[in-house]
Design a protein around this ligand. Sequence first.
Ligand SMILES: Nc1nc2c(ncn2[C@@H]2O[C@H](COP(=O)(O)OP(=O)(O)O)[C@@H](O)[C@H]2O)c(=O)[nH]1
Ligand SMILES: [Mg+2]
Length: 334
Amino acid sequence: MARAIRPIPELYEAARAGERRALGRLLTKVERGGDEADRISELAHPDAGRAHIVGITGAPGAGKSTLVSRLVSDLVTGGKRPAVLAVDPSSPLTGGAILGDRIRIDEGNDPGEAPSSFIRSMATRGHSGGLALAVPLAVRLFDAVGYDPVIIETVGVGQVEVDVVGAADTAVVVMTPGMGDAVQANKAGLLEVADVFVVNKADRPGALDVRRDLDLMLDLSHMTGQESDTGYRPPIVMASALNGDGNDEVWAAVDAHLAHLDETGSRQARRQHRIRTEVRARLEQAMARAADDAMNAPDGATWLGQAERAEIAPTQATQHLLHVLLQPTKEVPS
Ligand SMILES: Nc1nc2c(ncn2[C@@H]2O[C@H](COP(=O)(O)OP(=O)(O)O)[C@@H](O)[C@H]2O)c(=O)[nH]1
Ligand SMILES: [Mg+2]
């Protein structure tokens, strides 16, 4: 029996009323991108803007999922409604899905129950640059339907992850002993984006060395970090996510950073930076699509053919193609 297809505004209202399945459907559309995703963005936009957006990154195996799952339980106990977006740029099958199942089981949520937390893993499914569009939109949706905080967990410490996490209100970088993590983090540019450092697996030998290395690097780089101009130095919190030690301190540091953002007015600056980054990513994607269209358009193909036969220089073909590309074909929506 075919199930009725619910229109997007109806799904959105259901998600706002707490229906998990409706939110899940919307997130699937967000992940797919395109017109439906744009529609969701426009619906969610007026209702969003309240949630504290927290990014968590660190090398695979650092204990991010363990930590996040603990934090989520604590937040729910404290009366919050956290959402987690586990971002994996490479694979559609991530630990995020496993984490989600684990937390759902822990909480005993059933589909009809008002959700106190929501965990979703997201992959690009082969679309490069897709995350740059899908992540901010998924975060906006979580925010709009009432989740706060919205936690973004990444799988690794590549450029994509650094970008994603660096765009959060609060960026948490998780390190562990014995992996040369402090040096790696420095290389990956994490010192610049981190607002809170967590040295996890503090139950293992070498944790204090990581702390010392980090401290030293922060000294040398003369307090880099996004808030350095406001005199903020990212704190280093020792934790053992596995047995829960230091988890309260981790969240206290995250909260303290948010308070700092609010005091200094930097939260608005972060929001603007995020919007700018999202608009740029959308523009770049639209331009890339337009470039392909221009090369396939009859006029464009003619110029391209001439360049291919070396009758004109590629630069000349490009100039002509730019004209084709910039032909106004679509009306600008009001
Ligand atoms: N000894 C120790 N192991 C931990 C701690 N936190 C996580 N782990 C273990 O480290 C492994 C990787 O954890 P996971 O949360 O999946 O890491 P992720 O890849 O960063 O998400 C798992 O086997 C965890 O049980 C900790 O504080 N101490
Ligand atoms: Mg994980």
